[in-house]
Design a protein around this ligand. Structure first.
Ligand code: HEM
Length: 130
């Protein structure tokens, strides 16, 4: 059983790298990422390190807006379910502790928010995307 707590940027990198390895291999959501990201995976991973470093360690290195890149993606409930399944699997494989639990909780909240925004904007295509 693993007994590592999320405590450093190296831990965040391991979490992000392992998660997106699973994502890229997944038949349902892998192609959605690849179609948008193409050869920019190193940049995407770098950005995701800063995102989770900010959220989980309180070290403020991410200054973006998380939602806009998702607004036009061809995703619905099943895609978010798969995303969450892989994320939870990754966290539980690698880490224990309060921050690991927080990671899963926050991911779940953001997945819910993104899903409901995407549903809303799909029904109201002329609303602002922010
Ligand atoms: C099925 C679910 C999801 C898909 C298909 C998806 C896909 C993507 C794609 C294609 C990008 C843009 C990459 C680029 O063009 O460089 C992106 C960026 C990002 N995603 Fe997701 N995502 C999903 C769920 C989530 C969730 C639940 C979170 C939150 C925990 C999240 C957090 C982010 C962040 C922070 C960025 C970077 C935004 C920026 O540019 O500042 N994504 N995602």
């Amino acid at each position: 059983m693993n007994s590592t707590r999320i405590a450093s940027l190296d831990d965040i990198k391991r979490l992000v790298d392992t998660f997106y390895e699973k994502v890229r291999k997944d038949e349902l959501i892998g192609p959605i990422f690849d179609d948008r990201i193409h050869d920019r995976w190193p940049q995407h991973l770098e950005k995701m390190y800063t995102f989770w470093q900010t959220v989980l360690l309180g070290e403020h290195t991410y200054y973006g807006s998380p939602f806009p890149p998702h607004a036009g993606l061809p995703v619905s409930h099943i895609h978010f379910e798969k995303w969450m399944e892989l994320f939870i699997q990754t966290v539980d494989e690698l880490f224990i502790g309060e921050i690991a639990e927080d990671a899963k909780w926050r991911a779940g909240k953001m997945a819910e928010l993104f899903e409901s925004k995407i549903k809303y904007y799909t029904g109201n295509p002329f609303k602002s995307l922010l």
